[in-house]
Design a protein around this ligand. Structure first.
Ligand SMILES: Cc1cc2nc3c(=O)[nH]c(=O)nc-3n(C[C@H](O)[C@H](O)[C@H](O)COP(=O)(O)OP(=O)(O)OC[C@H]3O[C@@H](n4cnc5c(N)ncnc54)[C@H](O)[C@@H]3O)c2cc1C
Length: 459
């Protein structure tokens, strides 16, 4: 009889695992059932801001593989609108509720893939039935927001709560749709994934495109009239709103896992080993936004919910479930985003992470341009490097600038991944031509500045 794999969660991590397992084992050897509580499989939540802004016109462009494709090409039995409500490790079965039909199903498993993603942080005041308040976690959320934006009379005033990258991307999307946009952030600047000085550059650019940024301000409630949101309440008074978007961050979705007794680590995510096995629980695997992972620079377990990790971890789990051998080596926190034309990239540790991890370090900020200064379109690029003292090993990097800024972080990510020092980096053979870089690339200029800072600090 075929072994039975049950997948809980039908997006990046879950379906990557299922597809990889199928590539290695046919249906007579492994039957695969995937439960997904929503209406879609393998969709790009990352694309939601660009669908809302209109840059991506059609929702279906965000769906990489639908259930039909999984059924026909991969022999995977996808059950949409099925919420898994319990995992019984002793009986080796899951219980799922059919959200469309209302019934309950029980399915036995030999192998379980836990890939439930993350859940948005929602303080008590955000748990409201008032119309006009939206998260942007799923395509259903995106569709509900779009419907609201397109109804008459058209909402005109938007408040985005939370200035992480999702809040920033949503503020951009709404301003591009012609709304007035306030972004409220309780810390000192938006984009807390970069240090304050770099976040300030992002804030300046957001103001330039017309986004009103309210930092150091905590939201305490929402006002509504006739069941519709009318304002966001803060210590400085109410801010009128026809539409509110919540971007308060996410936490690992571990409720089911914890109820079943799966181990959860200090960062709040399900613990796994390098092969994405849940330790001490034979036949159970986990991947994606619901797990914690090793930060290769700090050596600490972290929860960094990104699609890039979810896909890789799901792939690793699927190869192993399929009988192959693969490991996930941890992360360094590389991420990119943009606000209109301004691009932001980061990798490794911020100053505060380096302090928390106990490193001695220097940090430098170098300003140069994305192209040769005389070449049309040359614009400022700011590169920040954090290097260990005295070794000079790169610990972290951040870039803010216009075109060609964000993906330059990949050069720094590769250097960091491979333990390079800033001294080594000054000699990197990076490409140069006036349309693409000054003769000294911004990365090299920053590395030289870091070497000088280390010398000045007596190494
Ligand atoms: C607006 C937005 C923009 C983003 N932009 C980027 C980006 O630019 N770059 C990047 O790297 N990452 C980005 N991300 C993050 C990225 O989308 C996630 O890291 C990725 O989707 C995680 O994949 P996952 O499979 O672990 O979890 P998810 O994609 O959350 O999938 C988990 C699935 O499990 C289902 N599920 C949960 N519980 C149950 C249950 N009990 N029963 C059945 N089904 C269940 C959920 O419905 C969900 O479909 C963005 C996220 C958002 C929301």
């Amino acid at each position: 009889m075929a072994e039975r794999l049950i997948v809980v969660g039908g997006d990046a991590a879950g379906m990557a695992a299922a597809s990889q397992a199928r590539r290695r084992r046919d249906r007579d050897d492994l039957s695969i059932v995937a439960f997904e509580q929503g209406h879609f499989t393998s969709y790009s939540a990352c694309g939601i801001p660009y669908w809302i802004s209109g840059v991506v016109p059609d929702r279906d462009q965000l769906i990489a593989r639908d259930p039909g494709t999984f059924r026909e090409s991969f022999d995977i039995d996808v059950r949409l609108c099925h919420e898994v409500t319990g995992i019984d490790l002793d009986r080796r079965e899951v219980v799922a509720r059919d959200l469309a039909g209302g019934g309950e199903v029980r399915e036995g498993f030999d192998t379980l893939m836990y890939a439930t993603g993350a859940v948005p942080v929602k303080p008590a005041w955000a748990r409201t039935d008032a119309a006009g308040v939206f998260g942007v976690q799923t395509l259903d959320d995106g569709a509900a927001l779009l419907d609201w934006l397109e109804q008459e009379p058209r909402p005109r005033r938007a408040v985005v709560i939370g200035g992480g990258y999702i809040g920033v991307e949503m503020a951009e999307a709404l301003i591009q749709r012609g709304l007035t946009v306030d972004l409220v952030e309780q810390s000192d600047q938006p984009m807390s994934t970069v240090d304050g000085d770099m976040g300030e550059l992002v804030a300046d650019s957001m103001r330039e495109v017309g986004i009103h940024i309210r930092t150091g301000l905590t939201v305490t409630g929402l006002e509504e009239r006739d069941g519709r949101v009318t304002a966001v309440v803060t210590a400085e008074g109410p801010m009128p709103a026809d539409v509110v978007v919540l971007g308060l961050g996410v936490r690992p979705n571990t409720a089911l896992a914890e109820a079943a007794g799966l181990p959860v680590g200090p960062s709040g995510g399900v613990r796994t080993d390098r092969r994405m096995r849940v330790p001490g629980v034979p036949g159970v695997w986990a991947a994606g936004d619901c797990v914690e992972t090793l930060h290769r620079v700090s050596g600490l377990p972290v929860h960094i919910p990104l699609g890039t990790h979810a896909n890789k971890q799901g792939r690793v789990a699927g190869i192993n479930i399929g009988g192959g051998y693969a490991t996930f080596p941890g992360v360094i926190g590389t991420a990119v985003t943009k606000v209109c034309d301004l691009e932001v990239g980061r990798t490794g540790l911020r100053e505060r992470d380096a302090v928390a991890a106990g490193f001695e370090f220097v940090s430098v900020v170098a300003e140069s341009t994305n192209r040769a200064g005389y070449y049309p379109g040359a614009r400022k690029m700011t590169v920040k490097l954090i290097a260990e003292r005295p070794s000079g090993r790169l610990l972290g990097a951040q870039i803010v600038g216009w075109s060609e800024a964000a993906k330059r972080i990949d050069t720094l990510a590769v250097a960091l991944w491979n333990g390079m020092t800033v001294d080594d980096m000054t000699a990197l053979d990076l490409g140069y031509a006036p349309p693409y870089a000054p003769v000294w690339d911004p990365v090299l200029i920053a590395a030289r500045k870091a070497v000088d800072a280390l010398a000045g600090a007596g190494r």
